[in-house]
Structures are given as C-alpha cells and as structure tokens.
Write a protein that binds this ligand. Structure first.
Ligand code: SF4
Length: 378
C-alpha cells in the first residue's frame, strides 16, 4: 500500500517562510557550500540573508555577537529561535561562512545541478508515497502537517510497511533547551528483527565520493536525525516543549483542510493538543534507530556511488552540538577554516571580504617570516 504525505499548499500571510519551505513544494535550492550538498533546507540559510544589510560591527563578519539594537543572539536574529539539522552541517564546513550568509547580500541563483539534486530527492519521495496538498490557515496548521506526516510513517510501520521517506523529526536534544527540526530522507523498518535503519541521501555532481571533510558533515547530520527520532520514541520530546519553542497555541482549532486529514487517519483531534497526544503515544510503540547510512548518488545516472555505514557516538555528537550552539548563543565568535582546509576558501563567494581568511593569512606569513629570521633549527 502506498502511503500518503501531505504538503502545505496555501499559507496565511502571517506564517514564516521557514515553515512553508518544509513542504514538498520546494522547487529550488542553493548550492554555495560545495558540489554535493543537496540539502533542501539550505535554501533557508541563504534566503533569510538575502538583501539584509550588514549589521554594525559584524560588517566584516567576525562577530556573531548580539545585535546592537535588539540584543538578539544569532539563534533569534537569524533563525527565529530554532535550528535546522542542516545548520550544523554548514557550520562544520565553515562557521564564518554561515555568518556571512546571514549578514551579507548574496546572489541566489538556481542552477541545473541543484535542480537535478532536488529532482532526485523528489522522485524518491514520490516512489514511497503520494503527496496531497492541503490549505493551511495558521502556524498551528503548518506544524500539524509535519505531525501528520510523522504519523503517516508511524502508522505505515505499525501496519507492516517497510519504507518511509521525508520524515519530519524535531526536539531539543541534550537538554540544551534549543529546538531543532529536520527531515530524515529515508527510514527502513524490518518487522522480523523489529529494527529501523536510517539512510541519508546525498547527490553528487561528479562521479566520485566527497572529501572526508564533507563526509564528516553528512555523518553528523545523520547522527542528529537519529538523536531527534530516538528522543521522540523515548518520550523525551513533549508537546509542551514543542509549543513553547515554536510559540504555538496547542488549543487553537486546526483549519478545515487539516481536520479532514486528521479524520482520514481515524483520529478525533481538533487541535494540536489532541493530535500530539496521540502521536507522541503512538511513536513510543516503535523502536530507536539501529543503523545509520549515508548514500552518495551520481546525479546524472542516479547510480549509487557508495552506501556507507556510520558509527553513532552520542558523546562525540553531544560535544560537537554544544560547541556549535555557542555560536548561536553568542557565547563565542564565528570560526572560519584552519590553514589545512584553506582549499575551501577557493570556491567561497565571500573570500574577497573574509576577515578570518585575511587574519589567518597574516598569521601564516608572520610565522614564516619568524622561521626564516631564525634560520634552520637543529
Ligand atoms: S573565505 Fe574561507 S574562512 Fe572565509 S568564509 Fe569563506 S570558507 Fe570560510
């Protein structure tokens, strides 16, 4: 049986663009980070920054500190209080670049490679389920769409389904009180062993696997997805937590179109309150994710280049998570790439204005001068 997923088809004017783009209506994305990143959510990072004036002391991009006028930290100023899993992947590539993306004007161009990556994702999604547009009338409706799509996956697995794609996950991992949202590319359920495996799809414009550095980014992304999913299964994520972070009114009646889909799932909920009660109870009947994989696919031929298993390490993930959160909370300055990874700067559109790059170059030149002055060391 083919499952159904719903997508937000019409939005009320008050709803953030962030939310609208979660639906499968996304038609384009940007590719400022390398040649294989087909993350749909990357669009947000750039779209939010387009046309924004550089802010005060951040003009050179060094300081992600509080906005001088509003006292907002980057988490609030750039991300409306919650983060996407893909944000951490981008930070791993270059945090300084993340900062520039939000604060300096960038040109967003659609290109054929990006469209191909998006098309491949969409083709895989449609092979697993049909999408049905719904009308939305509030932020609560938007989140009800995500919840219903998660419900479709849960019901699918509990009814003997083996495969689900584009599964929304969310939560506040590691007791840090920072809300995260993401979309898992693929989950496979094995009813015999009662295990669930996760696979993250990355498309490649060249017929080769990405660098170790890019692979690491993708691994962390997959590990965060597992953490969010597992927290839902373990009952760590509550409806109160979701409502508080997303500023949702749990009791607000859902729109007519959403209510019809709730009915189709055999539920009687009229608001997020009842809907989440039902789903959070139901997902605890599933099991945590067992194995993690990243699949690299060549865009032109759809050929799988590799399907690599990832070793999940919660302590490593937690350490990295907390380090990257410091940037979003203004607890430290943005960090650019180290000298060993200076090759990333070669295709960075901010290279000509990058303060971090300039300082690193000066430091490197100083060290060389000092070495030459001292002569050969024995
Ligand atoms: S030039 Fe280099 S250090 Fe600066 S933002 Fe780009 S990648 Fe990062």
């Amino acid at each position: 049986m083919r499952a159904l997923a719903i997508s937000a088809g019409m939005a009320a004017p008050t709803i953030d663009n962030d939310d609208l783009l979660v639906s499968s209506n996304i038609t384009h994305e940007t590719n400022l980070w390398g040649d294989d990143d087909d993350d749909l959510l990357l669009f947000h990072a750039v779209a939010d920054g387009v046309g924004e004036e550089p802010t005060g002391q951040g003009e050179c991009g060094r300081f992600p500190g509080k906005d001088a006028d509003t006292q907002l930290v980057p988490l609030e100023k750039f991300r409306h209080g919650y983060l996407w899993v893909s944000d951490f992947g981008q930070q791993m590539w270059c945090e300084q670049k993340v900062f520039y993306t939000f604060t300096l004007p960038t040109v967003v161009e659609e290109d054929v490679k990006m469209m191909k990556g998006t098309g491949l994702h969409l083709a895989r999604e449609l092979a697993a389920h049909e999408t049905v547009p719904v009308n939305i009338t509030s932020s609560e409706d938007i989140w009800a769409v995500k919840i219903l799509n998660l419900l479709a996956t849960i019901q699918n697995f509990l009814n003997g389904g083996l495969l689900a794609r584009e599964i929304p996950v969310f939560g506040a991992p590691f007791s840090e009180d920072v809300f995260m949202v993401g979309i898992i590319d693929e989950l496979r359920f094995d009813p015999e062993s009662y295990t669930i495996d996760l696979s993250e799809l990355k498309t490649r414009t060249t017929k080769s696997n990405p660098s170790k550095c890019q692979q690491k980014q993708h691994e962390v992304q997959a590990m965060l997805y597992k953490k969010l999913f597992d927290d839902l299964v373990k009952g760590v994520t509550s409806k109160e937590l979701v409502a508080r972070h997303l500023k949702l009114d749990l009791g607000r009646p859902l729109g007519e179109s959403i209510r019809q889909h709730v009915d189709k799932h055999g539920l009687s909920a009229v608001s997020l309150d009842g809907l989440m009660d039902h789903i959070f109870g139901m997902i605890q009947g599933l099991t945590c994710i067992s194995q993690l994989f990243v699949e690299y696919v060549f865009q032109d031929t759809h050929e799988t280049l590799s399907h690599n298993e990832i070793q999940y390490c919660e302590s490593d993930l937690e350490g990295q998570f907390k380090h990257y959160l410091q940037f979003w909370r203004s607890q430290r300055l943005a960090e650019g790439v180290e000298i060993e990874e200076a090759w990333k700067c070669q295709k960075c559109e901010f290279a000509s204005v990058c303060d971090w790059r300039k300082r690193k170059g000066e430091e490197y030149a100083m060290k060389n001068m000092e070495k030459n002055r001292l002569g050969p060391q024995f």
